[in-house]
Design a binder for this molecule. Structure first.
Ligand code: BG6
Length: 512
């Protein structure tokens, strides 16, 4: 049996003892994502030696009740099943619960005592990671109390600097994001803050940089001379489910585009960083975001399409429309679909449109980036009855069916010259024979190791809000006359989204 707590495990030996404290320990994220991710890290022997977990929340739990709740969730949500009981028992033995109402100093005192006890038992100062998996209105309060209790002080050992992971949403617009940054920075330094965007932890997203910067043949073509346009699609088949109340205050532009989709755009468009250090990579992402042309109020109607799903079907079953979902006001104008045409004003990308779309209740769940190359300069096969050619497309399938494919033209066998598009394919499953880990596994581990490369920096978040804010403002202003279209649940979104692309490239979205 593998014992991830044993210090002779290679991964464990290289890292320091660590305690992860999750605020919001009884919440959905903890149960569906965070603890299953920790369990999978443990299965792989990747957790630091002497890892401990502390759940902090308002409810009255004992360690035992906390552990048995987690066990049920891990059994249900772990990517690998059935649960390995031996590994789980060892993990659970180092999981504790501390009752900590977020605004009561006594809870933080109890937390400090528990952390001191863990340090004493470890015989050293463990790295402390505080995960704020609560509603954002508690972030400032929790950070203030942690600082007030001395829990964010850098100890004499700089390796041991406490870290704070902040979940999204990071603000609701530029001004609230700035206030939140300001509030957090009163209690800690920027290098202690790890802002999560779970898309950056996805294997396929990390592969974008590896693909671009470790293959000599693509980078020379990666610019306006050879690339016609780029499409980024984040399509979900699920509706808002039980999150109607929250979603209605957000909308898909804030929920997906401001963070996940713009991060994908950054990774496609960035210049080669000077190194893979956190700040070197993030500097390049910020440059991209600064180059994205801000959409002016008067252009929002021309460059964006927003829509809501209507009743339709999902997985063969009838489903209701957005306005009939629980928690959604009947007159809501919140968008569940958005399409945007963006321009990047820099040397590399001048004149190359970047189209982004995101939506709920679409025909299928698929996240894909497709890079569309310009066509050949001259059609040599006209006389052979080949009226036109399909340009090359390089597609990154982020999920599901993770992989990369390139559409090329080829001659089908036979006496006549004909030209047909075919795909060259790489699939993770077949090439590596392993299922990629969950994003949270990688991100939790990186934070414990003190690597912030895959976390978003203060200025990235603010730049992303600068892009999105004018669109939100124009949508809210009835005088701009940007309609909220409808689309049938289970379709590919409103026809107006295809018309948006047609204005620029003469055709609609690439078929997924
Ligand atoms: C979250 C959004 O950030 O990402 C959800 O709040 C969305 O609305 C989810 O469903 C999508 O994540 P994934 O990993 O399933 O693509």
């Amino acid at each position: 049996m593998k014992n991830p707590f044993r210090s002779d495990s290679p991964a464990a030996a290289e890292s320091r003892p660590c305690v992860l404290v999750i605020f919001g320990a009884s919440g959905d994220l903890t149960h569906r994502k965070l603890v299953p991710a920790l369990y999978n890290l443990e299965l792989d022997g990747l957790l630091p030696a002497q890892f401990s977990l502390i759940g902090a929340a308002r409810r009255d739990f004992q360690d035992d009740t906390f552990r048995s709740g987690l066990e049920k969730s891990v059994a249900e949500h772990s990517r690998r099943s059935p649960l390995d009981r031996d590994v789980w028992q060892e993990f659970a033995a180092h999981s504790y619960y501390v009752k900590c109402p977020f605004d009561e100093p006594s809870g933080y005192q109890a937390l400090k005592e528990k952390l001191d006890e863990i340090d004493r038992n470890a015989g050293t100062c463990c790295i402390k990671v505080f995960y704020l998996a609560t509603a954002p209105e508690f972030f400032d309060n929790i950070a203030g109390h942690l600082a007030g209790t001395g829990l964010l002080d850098s100890s004499s050992d700089p390796q041991c600097k406490p870290r704070v992971i902040v979940e999204k949403p990071f603000g609701n617009d530029l001004s609230s994001a700035k206030s939140l940054n300001y509030a957090l920075l009163r209690h800690m330094t920027e290098d202690q803050i790890y802002r999560i965007d779970h898309y950056l932890g996805k294997e396929t997203v990390q592969n974008l940089s590896v693909f671009r910067f470790s293959n000599g043949i693509f980078e020379p073509l990666w610019n306006h001379q050879y690339i016609d346009h780029v499409e980024i699609s984040v399509c979900e088949s699920i509706g808002v489910g039980s999150r109607g109340g929250y979603f209605d205050t957000s909308g898909i532009l804030r929920d997906i585009v401001q963070n996940h989709a713009l991060q994908l755009l950054c990774l496609v468009a960035l210049e080669p960083p000077v190194s893979l250090d956190a700040d070197a990579v993030r500097d390049e992402k910020v440059k991209v975001l600064r180059s994205v042309r801000r959409i002016r109020m008067q252009n929002v109607a021309d460059r964006t399409v927003r829509a809501q799903y209507l009743a339709g079907s999902a997985a063969g079953e009838p489903v209701r429309g957005y306005l009939e979902e629980t928690g959604v006001p009947a007159a809501s104008k919140t968008e569940t679909y958005v399409a945007l045409a963006l321009a990047i004003d820099n040397w590399r990308w001048a004149g190359v449109p970047f189209f982004l779309r995101a939506g709920k209740r679409l025909a299928k769940r698929v996240t894909e980036i497709s890079v569309h190359f310009k066509n050949v300069p001259y059609l040599l096969f006209k006389k052979e009855d080949v009226p036109s050619l399909n340009p090359n497309i390089l597609s990154f399938q982020i999920q599901p069916d993770e992989g990369i494919s390139i559409r090329i033209s080829a001659k089908p066998p036979g006496p006549k010259v004909r030209v047909q598009p075919v795909n060259m394919d790489f699939r993770y499953g077949t090439s590596f024979g392993a299922e990629p880990p969950e994003a949270y596994e990688r991100l939790l581990l990186d934070c414990m190791r003190g690597d912030a490369t895959l976390f978003t920096r203060n200025d990235e978040i603010e730049q992303a809000w600068e892009i999105v804010d004018p669109v939100l403002e124009a949508w809210q202003d009835a005088s701009t006359g940007v309609p909220v279209y409808g689309y049938e649940a289970g379709s590919w979104g409103p026809v107006e989204a295809d018309q948006l692309l047609s204005k620029y490239i003469g055709k609609g979205w690439h078929r997924l």
